[in-house]
Design a protein around this ligand. Structure first.
Ligand code: AMP
Length: 283
């Protein structure tokens, strides 16, 4: 497995792969890798000739500096896992490699309502940071296919928008990979390592609440169902930011359901100091 820390080095090698018409699959991550990330690597390997994974804890997408500081970093283990699972190259840049100190301010990305709903409402600036870093990584890696997790559904919608709005990215194909879960249903996440044993025991309640939404979904007013789901979480000791049932394609809130529109349930909730997110297609 090749390891690159400099943009110019990996760009040189990518040019060589492009000359040989190799299909490049790309998996951007922030490290602290788990089986969910590895499922993205496996999807990339199946659908490309050469798989690149980036590991970069992007400071501009953290609206809370404490969260950035506490973000787990396990680079040795990450490299071991990637090598074990057949990743071909890793891009592991420092912050100044992605954000050169003398470069101008980041451009503004037009993300429409995606920026202000759900995660956007609770993490101001988060999706501008995501759009900016992903854009910089796409220009560096020039992938043919990119792989993102459904666990971060709103992030997937942001990336789709970024790709649709930029002709430089229009030939890139994106694949959304299903959320990998622990046996009890907890969505795998790098942040789970910060949960105590007691919190880990409670954490599957988020998944159970999504199942509850799916089970009780019926045409008509959806407010009572969302409220009941929120109360379930609060009783389990969570502090929910939102429990929302939305239109799967736009992620806009769906106050009343016509019995046909595909819907997704999304939850963001604190358990102790750790903020967890998850979602599930309801219909
Ligand atoms: P992160 O390192 O958290 O930025 O995640 C990197 C990529 O892995 C993103 O596309 C995530 O959506 C994806 N991912 C994170 N957790 C999971 C999971 N449990 N199952 C599938 N993909 C995931």
């Amino acid at each position: 497995m090749r390891l690159y820390k400099n943009k110019s080095d990996i760009q040189g090698f990518i040019t060589h792969l492009k000359d040989k018409k190799r299909v490049i699959g790309f998996v951007p991550t922030m490290g602290a890798l788990h089986a969910g990330h590895i499922s993205l690597i496996q999807a990339a390997r199946q659908q490309s000739d050469f798989t690149v994974c980036s590991i970069f804890v992007n400071p501009t997408q953290f609206n809370d500096p404490g969260d950035l500081q506490k973000y787990p970093r396990t680079i040795e283990k990450d490299l071991y896992l990637l090598e074990l699972h057949g990743c071909d190259a890793v891009f592991y840049p420092g912050v100044e490699e992605i954000y050169p100190p003398n470069a101008g301010p980041a451009p503004h990305y037009n993300l429409g309502r995606l920026e202000s709903i759900l995660e956007g409402a609770y993490r101001p600036g988060h999706f501008q940071g995501v759009a900016d870093v992903v854009s910089r990584l796409f220009y560096t890696i020039r992938p043919d296919k990119v792989f993102f997790g459904q666990k971060d559904l709103q992030q997937c919608r942001v990336i789709e928008r970024l790709m649709a709005d930029n002709p430089d990215f229009e030939r890139i194909r994106m694949q959304m990979v299903p959320t990998l879960r622990e046996p009890g249903g907890l969505a795998m996440s790098s942040r789970n390592t910060r949960l105590s044993a007691e919190e880990l025991r409670k954490a599957p309640a988020i998944y159970q609440t999504l199942l509850y939404l799916k089970e009780h979904l019926a045409p008509g007013d959806l407010a009572p169902l969302q409220e009941a789901a929120k109360i379930r979480l609060i009783r389990e000791g969570f502090r929910p930011d939102y429990v929302s049932i939305v239109d799967t394609s736009t992620l806009e809130a769906c106050p009343s359901w016509n019995g046909q529109t595909p819907l997704t349930g999304l939850i963001a909730a604190y358990l102790g100091e750790v903020r967890l997110i998850d979602n599930m297609e309801l219909v």
